[in-house]
Design a protein around this ligand. Structure first.
Ligand code: NG1
Ligand code: ZN
Length: 533
């Protein structure tokens, strides 16, 4: 049975704020950090129950609000293979988080135990971590109270990046098996990535120093550690590494700033030389944006779509060189926010699928390919190698030295890439490998295709739930008649494309537009926003 009295006494110390409703969305629970105490406490209990449900396999809990403002915080559960929480449990989490009182919470937990058929005699194991937000320590102690309330064997992952926490979950759960993901420690993570990187660039011209904008977040300490493992194989210059001054996290820096403003973080203006590569991480180091200044000082952004194009083309080439073209199929997954020019570039080379926003959709679609490359335009993404593909690599006997080299590169890529979730540091090493192999500077990479001018705007509406979409969010089915009006507008713009969808993380509706000219993309976005408002 549930330890009712124990849960009761802990829960009374973490009352739910009566006016608030919480929702487990695409990014878990995410809102103002000061309102999350009860939610995080309850997530501690939920994580334990999820572990019991899965026979004591270790569940991950990450406390972060990623690229959001510093005052925000959030929490996400990670399933045993290092992946996002199974969808059916998102609804359970929402119910548990919103029980108004301790009694109601106990009832909700009891109902969950019954519906999910949880055997309470099983062990509960959890590994947890947080980012650098000031609200983190208090929320972590609420989480630990949740563990104590249920009786969870909990391992503290400390202050670390979201992708490292995902790595730990998978490494713990695969320990000692033939699918072992690596040693279950931060050292194991850095050793695995840096080792694969060094093998992949062996014998090539060493890359020039790379500037990393760490968003004044947890990526700063992670990048500093990674640098010590990389040694001189990749010189890193770290910027925006202040994790103690209040208010600076994600402020005028970081991957989200670069993507949404389409410009250089002001703090880099005097640092970045024309032609030099730089990249930005977000607040929990799972998103990555590259950029450079050309000879005229003009800023060029290399976003998630450009990363997908670079990486997918490289992998396709290696598969061909290895002689595995007919055994291993490579595919790409994008969302409607992918630049139309990137979709065109990719679709001319390999299968491309469009799915609704949210990493879980991309991840699941990518699992259907032998090698699935997925990136959101905002810089979150990774590459998945199916188990069967990894076995094919292991068994394959190359017939020429060139095939053998390509095969080894592919095997090393499976080690370099964090396949659990998008990982800015792992993706950064991946980009550096491709640039090194192709002898590309930013300009050559950028010239794979030219981005269509685009504009993303937010519209505050009275009820965003009245906006319903279909066809991977590219068409509105409700409110009635609105899509027809959008279609009519879009027709008037050369290269025009526009779609409207409710955000899953903010109380707004997003409008995206593309057109052949920047002024036209802006105009189209604002006119569509006018229809929505
Ligand atoms: P919403 O708020 O649903 O648009 C945003 C991002 C997603 C994803 C999630 C989770 C855009 C347009 N949307 O989702 O890509 O990253 O946050 O963080 O960038
Ligand atoms: Zn993030």
């Amino acid at each position: 049975n549930l330890p009712i009295e124990n849960i009761r006494s802990f829960s009374d110390a973490h009352p739910k704020p009566s006016a608030l409703h919480f929702q487990y969305g695409t990014a878990g629970f995410r809102t103002l950090g000061s309102t999350l105490d009860s939610v995080i406490f309850r997530v501690g209990i939920l994580a334990g129950l999820r572990s019991k449900r899965l026979d004591g396999r270790t569940i991950g809990v990450m406390v972060t609000a990623s690229h959001n403002p510093e005052e925000d915080n959030g929490v996400k559960l990670v399933d045993p293979r290092g992946e996002m929480l199974e969808a059916s449990w998102e609804a359970h989490a929402t119910v548990v988080a919103n029980a108004p009182t301790t009694d109601a919470l106990l009832e909700a937990l009891d109902a969950l135990v019954k519906t999910a058929k949880i055997d309470l005699s099983k062990p509960a194991r959890v590994v947890y971590a947080r980012d650098t937000r000031p609200s983190g320590p208090a929320l972590i102690s609420a989480l630990e109270d949740g563990f104590k309330a249920l009786g969870v064997e909990a391992r503290d992952g400390g202050v670390t990046t979201t992708p490292i926490l995902h790595y730990l979950v998978k490494a713990i759960n695969t320990k000692g098996t033939k699918e072992s993901y690596g040693e279950d420690s931060e050292d194991g993570y850095y050793t695995k990535l840096s080792g694969a990187f060094k093998k992949l660039i062996a014998g090539k011209t060493k890359p020039d120093p790379l500037i990393i904008d760490c968003a004044n977040g947890v990526g700063a300490s992670a990048a500093a550690k990674l640098a010590t493992y990389l040694g001189d194989s990749l010189p890193l210059i770290l910027e925006n590494t202040d994790i103690t001054t209040p208010g600076v996290l994600n402020h005028a820096c970081g991957a989200d700033y670069v993507k949404t403003q389409q410009k250089l973080p002001p703090s880099l203006i005097d640092r970045l030389q024309p032609g030099q590569r730089a990249c930005s991480l977000d607040g929990d180091a799972d998103r990555l944006m590259y950029y450079y200044l050309d000879e005229r000082g003009q800023f060029h952004m290399l976003d998630g779509d450009k990363i997908a194009a670079l990486v997918a083309a490289f992998i396709v080439e290696l598969v061909k060189l290895a002689g595995l073209e007919s055994d291993v199929k490579v595919g790409v997954v994008q969302t409607a926010y992918a630049n139309g020019a990137s979709t065109k570039y990719l679709a001319e080379r390999l299968p491309v699928k469009c799915v609704p926003t949210g990493v879980k959709h991309l991840h699941h679609a990518a699992e259907h390919y032998d090698i699935g490359v997925y990136f959101e335009a905002n810089g979150h993404g990774t590459v998945l190698f199916s188990q069967q593909t990894q076995e094919t690599f292991a068994k394959y006997e190359p017939s020429t030295p060139a095939q053998s080299t390509a095969l080894n590169h592919l095997i090393n890529l499976t080690q370099l890439i964090n396949q659990t979730v998008g990982d800015a540091l792992s993706d950064m090493l991946l980009v550096e490998v491709v640039l090194t192999h192709k002898s590309y500077a930013g300009a050559e990479w950028n010239s794979l295709y030219a981005d269509l001018p685009n504009r993303l705007v937010k519209v505050v509406v009275s009820d965003r739930n009245t906006f319903k979409t279909e066809d991977a969010e590219r068409r509105l089915v409700s409110p009635p008649g609105l899509q027809a009006k959008i279609n009519e507008l879009v027709l008037r713009y050369e290269g025009g494309r526009s779609f409207v969808r409710p955000s899953g993380t903010e109380d707004v509706v997003r409008v995206y537009a593309e057109a052949a000219l920047k002024s036209q993309a802006d105009e189209l976005a604002f006119r569509v926003a006018g229809l929505v408002y």
